[in-house]
Structure formats: C-alpha cells, structure tokens
Design a binder for this molecule. Structure first.
Ligand SMILES: [Zn+2]
Ligand SMILES: [Zn+2]
Length: 391
C-alpha cells in the first residue's frame, strides 16, 4: 500500500515575465509533495527567494525547466552551488584537496535531478566548468528531446564534470508527448510540448489514486454489533474488504483520483498538452499581457483587445482570456495565472491600486473560464487538497 502524501502545496517564488520588478522576481515555483520539494523553473535570484520563503533548500530534489530562456534558467547554477554546497575551485592541473574528498563521497541517490529541453545539460555543464564551481554533491540532467532536435550529442563537447552523473537520459517523444518521465508508487510526471518562441514544455504532475474517505457511521455500528476489533477500520481505510464474524462483508470506500497539477511554461498555445492536462485540479498558465483600458494608464489608445492578443501571440505569450479558454477546454478546477509583464504589480495584497489591476486581470480570465481564478504573486502559497469524491 503506497503511502499518502501528507500535503501538497505550491509556493510561487517568482511570477515576473522577461524583466523582474520591485514586486515580482523571475519565474520559479516550488511544489511541495509531503516532505520533498520540486522546483519548476529557476530564474535569476531564485535562491534568494527560497531564503525569504518557507521552502527548505535542502528538501529540493528535482528541478523541472520549461525552456531555456534566461528568465527561467539563469538561477539554476547558483541554486545548484548552494544546494550542493559548492565552492570556488582552482584551475585545472592544480590539486584541490576538496575535490578529492568530494569524489569519494558521491552517492547517486543524493543527486539533484534536473529535467529540461535540449541545451539544459550543456548550460549547466559549461556554466559550472567555466566558473570553476566545485559541487559537493551529485546532479544529473535528463533532456526532453523534440523530434527536430539532433538525436545524439548534448550541444557540448565538454566532458562531464566531477559531480555530473553519466546516467542523464535523452527522452524521446511518444505520440507527441513525453509520458511518465518520472514515476514512483505515489506520483508520476509527464510532459508535452507547448507552443512558444523557442522549444518549451509543460509538465503534468499526477498523484496516483488514493484511498477513499471512510465514513465511520457506516462501519462502526457493524464492528460493534459483531464485537470486531476497531483496528479493522485501518483495513477499511486502505480500501480493503473485511469479513466479520457473522459473515457480513464490509467493503472499504472506492479509491479517489489523486491530485493533478499542470504547470505550463511560456506559451501562446498549449494545445499539444491538452489531452494530458484534462481535469487538472490546478492549471498554472502564463498571462503575460492584458488589455486593461481605464485601469492600466499605459494602455495605448489605438489598441483593441484583438490587437493586443495578436502582439502577445507574436511574442510567444498569452492574455488572461487565452488562459481562461484553455482552462475551460481542459475542465480545470482552478486556474492560477502567472508570468506577468513587469507593469502588473505583485503587491496586490497590500496596495489598493495594485489590487484593482490584478482583480481586473483575473476577471478577464474568469469570464472565459467560469471557474476560480487566482493571480499569483511572489511568496503566495496555495494548498492542493484531495477531492472528496470517489473514483
Ligand atoms: Zn518567460
Ligand atoms: Zn520564454
């Protein structure tokens, strides 16, 4: 019987698009799964944001990169250096006693696993090598290869560094997606391409089915009537059936679907991930640009919504309405918007003007979606409860 995740929680570490602002840092979010934490994107200064948040650096064991635009990956090297107790090294040929000591202590199970498109491995390997960064623990990079990518090589001739495990996979698509790039007894992750100005990926995190909710009123009178031990409740809770002394059979509740969280990178059209993303409990979708006449003083007089949408698409991005329509299409239960232009303030929890702007952006998505919409801000934390209903 697989253990159940004690809690699932999303903390936004950065919610800005291309440029950060006083109130929004570059893209990154932390998905807390019980005691483990996975990062999605790692823009510049993500490690600073981690320090300011309740996310525990030492618990981060996987990093999923949506695409290699700098605002999503520039923070990865400093994050790795901190997470794996890196140190400044010395030039090749000189003996560094720390390196020898570190090499004898490598346990592959401690590796930070990184997933991302082609270029992620080269970026990390070259960046660490050229900055003489010595890591104190191992990492590995798995790349999601698009059909047009070269199917061999890593975009680098540089050999693996001391702490890069050689077990990094190149994962090819199957029916246009990357199914189960990671899977254990509790959770699986699949990925699919989404349309942006460069190769870009969305991730679907799916918890496996969990035991149903036990209604004690249904079972306890029967257990008492037959003088059965109350410990049988544990078996029922696991969904098993129990035969009582008089032959009565009690069936545990049916299993319920696990939580499904869809995290998209930058996109002007995420259609290729639609079937994988269906019925998501949470959809996280970018909304870089919005048309807000009367609310945003920078709105160009000549702009209409249609003009703005075309401009946004041509740059690889979405409007709140586009995000809302996609949420509706996949029947998401909740939509969280992120990756906002630096003109949209992230202090809407304390500032009335900012709140007006962000409420308007959320409203535009809500009109198309019909369900609950939240505009992410830095350090916002959202719990993801299990649904009540059975499978
Ligand atoms: Zn971006
Ligand atoms: Zn981008």
């Amino acid at each position: 019987m697989a253990p159940i995740l004690s809690s699932v929680n999303i903390t936004f570490l950065g919610t800005a698009s291309a440029q950060p602002s006083k109130t929004r840092n570059h893209s990154s979010l932390a998905l807390q799964l019980g005691t483990d934490v996975w990062l999605f994107d790692c823009g510049e200064a993500t490690q600073h944001q981690i320090q300011k948040s309740t996310v525990k650096m030492g618990r981060i064991c996987k990093v999923f990169i949506t695409h290699t635009h700098g605002d999503h990956i520039f923070g990865l090297l400093p994050f790795l250096a901190s997470r794996l107790n890196g140190a400044g090294g010395v030039a090749e040929g000189l003996e560094d006693p720390r390196l020898l000591q570190q090499l004898t202590n490598v346990d592959p199970r401690d590796a930070v696993e990184i997933y991302g498109p082609l270029g992620t491995r080269a970026y990390v390997r070259n960046g660490l090598a050229h900055t003489y960064t010595l890591l104190g623990g191992p990492y590995v990079v798995h790349e999601l290869r698009f059909p047009n990518d070269p199917q061999s090589g890593d975009h680098t001739d540089m050999p693996l560094g001391a702490m890069e495990l050689p077990s990094g996979r190149n994962i090819t698509q199957f029916n246009g997606v990357w199914p189960d790039i990671f899977s254990d007894e509790i959770i699986s992750v699949s990925a699919a391409p989404i349309h942006h100005s460069v190769p870009c990926v969305g991730y679907v995190v799916q918890e496996k089915p969990v035991p149903g909710k036990v209604d004690p009123k249904k079972y306890i009178p029967e257990l008492k009537r037959t003088n059965s031990p109350m410990s049988l409740m544990a078996s029922l809770q696991r969904g098993q059936s129990v035969t009582l002394s008089d032959g009565t059979v009690l069936e545990g509740p049916p299993r319920r679907p696990g939580r499904k969280i869809v995290i998209l990178g930058d996109t002007y059209d995420p259609s290729p991930i639609a079937s994988l993303a269906e019925d998501a409990h949470i959809l996280i979708h970018e909304a870089t640009n919005a048309h807000l006449p009367g609310i945003d003083p920078n709105t160009k007089a000549a702009d209409s919504y249609e003009v703005l949408e075309e401009r946004s698409k041509s740059r690889g991005h979405s409007t709140p309405q586009m995000a809302g329509l996609f949420a509706k299409r996949i029947r998401a239960k909740k939509l969280i918007l992120n990756h906002f232009s630096s003109r949209y303030p992230g202090n809407d929890d304390t500032d009335e003007e900012a709140s007006k702007v962000m409420r308007a952006i959320g409203g535009l998505a809500q009109e198309k979606f019909g369900g609950e919409v939240i505009c992410a801000r830095d350090f916002m934390s959202i719990g993801v409860p299990l649904s009540e209903e059975g499978a």
